[in-house]
Design a binder for this molecule. Structure first.
Ligand code: 9WN
Length: 423
């Protein structure tokens, strides 16, 4: 790709960020997702940082302004009314000053904040804004390692598939059987009016998403209770690896800013988390797997969640194995990285997190590969990602067999990741 070509792609990506900018936060895409989402915002901030540092910090500051008193950072902030998304604030009923959802999402904030600060041109201003965020991110990490790890194992559980950010991954099929899907209030889905229903989660999955939501609402969104009362408690290697990396990055950032207690606490969390992650390794699959905390058994589902640990400082032997795994997946599809192994019969090339490739995941994995010295594999992911954009535009996700763009279009975090890949 020549310079002119790169500049054209970067300017298209920046244009999408501006289009979806609502002033102090961005929406993931028009129509389908009209509010602020947690991990979308943090990854989008990275995209903003390449042309507007002030706007990058503001994106994260807005998200953290809605942190709960217990430290949780909600997965959606409903800044304004919009009928176009279900379930909206009237279903969540979390009683926050500005309505939010009642669950969280992968904690990429520590990772993003460190990166934005490292690249900042105005270091004094960046340090000031980073310091305020560091305290809040630290409280979020503390929340996760208590409320979601009550036995202090060093591994946090998600209590709803939406928390993983990989809503309908094959990983949840088995534990999801324990979640009832009857007796919920009647509802009308809006997502299937914006996107092809064949590319979205099924009705039965939505019923269970809603059952969990109503169950938590019934418990008053009290995070002291929710982990234990949830019939769905899964340790996701992707979520945990992101948290471990964010702890390590927050520790480094805090140290640079002279916030020593926060640096120490987060370094200790990262070390403990890394050791505990070993429990999720599957020699048979050559990758990490999810662990069902209710049965204490690994879930037999080779998904991309088990490759994301490349992002954390896992042992070299594990990183090498994951590198080989990604190469093997690359031989099974035209574009990498599929969200589920195409060799598994449950793979579904167009259905959301059951097969499609996502640029944000590609970015996180590629970052880990470079850190582990596997530049060639990382470069293949980067090239594949940019080719997907060239062929299909800035989509939410892509069929890894054909490259067909799926879901929403002119998608914010996809555009942000393009800016990162071009950086
Ligand atoms: C539920 C916004 C979000 C992403 C998630 C993705 C999808 C929501 C939905 O969209 O989830 O949170 O309604 O489908 O799975 O990762 O943050 O882009």
């Amino acid at each position: 790709m020549n310079r002119e070509h790169r500049a054209r792609l970067a300017s298209q990506a920046a244009q999408i960020l501006r289009e979806n900018d609502r002033g102090a936060y961005t929406v993931p895409t028009k129509g389908l997702y009209p509010f602020q989402w947690n991990w979308d915002s943090c990854l989008t901030a990275l995209g903003f940082a390449s042309f507007d540092e002030d706007r990058a910090w503001r994106e994260m500051e807005t998200l953290f302004a809605h942190q709960w008193p217990d430290g949780m950072v909600p997965h959606i902030v409903f800044h304004q009314e919009d009928e176009g998304y279900f379930p909206g604030p009237e279903v969540w009923q979390t009683e926050r000053p500005v309505p939010t959802s009642g669950i969280t999402q992968p904690p990429v904030a520590g990772f993003a904040a460190r990166r934005i600060h490292e690249r900042s041109a105005d270091k004094a201003e960046s340090a000031r804004r980073a310091a305020a965020l560091v305290k809040k991110i630290d409280r979020w990490h503390a929340f996760l390692y208590t409320a979601r790890d009550p036995r202090r194992e060093g591994l946090v559980a998600i209590i709803h598939p939406w928390e993983s950010g990989r809503d309908n991954a094959v990983d949840w099929d088995e534990p999801f059987r324990r979640v009832p899907h009857e007796g919920i209030a009647p509802y009308r889905r809006r997502d299937v009016e914006h996107a092809d229903p064949a590319h979205r989660p099924t009705k039965e999955q939505y019923d269970r998403y809603l059952w969990l939501l109503e169950h938590f609402r019934h418990h008053g969104w009290d995070n002291e209770l929710l982990h234990d009362v949830s019939p769905f408690r899964v340790v996701d290697p992707g979520f945990n690896a992101i948290l471990i990396r964010s702890c390590a990055d927050l520790a480094a950032l805090a140290e640079e800013l002279g916030m020593d207690a926060i640096a120490r606490a987060n370094r200790a969390r990262a070390e403990k988390g890394l050791k505990a992650l070993e429990r999720l390794w599957s020699e048979a699959h050559g990758q990490y797997l999810c662990l069902d905390r209710t049965t204490d058994a690994l879930i037999d589902s080779p998904s991309v969640g088990g490759l994301i640990p490349l992002l954390a400082a896992i042992p070299e032997v594990r990183a090498r194995a994951l590198g080989s795994r990604i190469e093997a997946l690359g031989a099974r599809c035209r574009f990498v990285v599929p969200s589920h192994d195409p060799a598994d019969p449950r793979f579904d090339a167009k259905r959301y997190w059951r097969g499609p490739a996502w640029l944000i995941v590609n970015y996180l994995i590629a970052d880990g590969l470079v850190a582990a010295g596997m530049d060639r594999v990382a470069e293949a992911i980067r090239a594949s990602s940019l080719e997907l954009i060239e062929k299909g535009g800035f989509a939410e996700y892509y069929d890894p067999m054909t490259g067909e763009p799926c879901g929403g279009n002119r998608f914010t975090w996809t555009a942000a990741m393009v800016l990162e890949f071009l950086n």
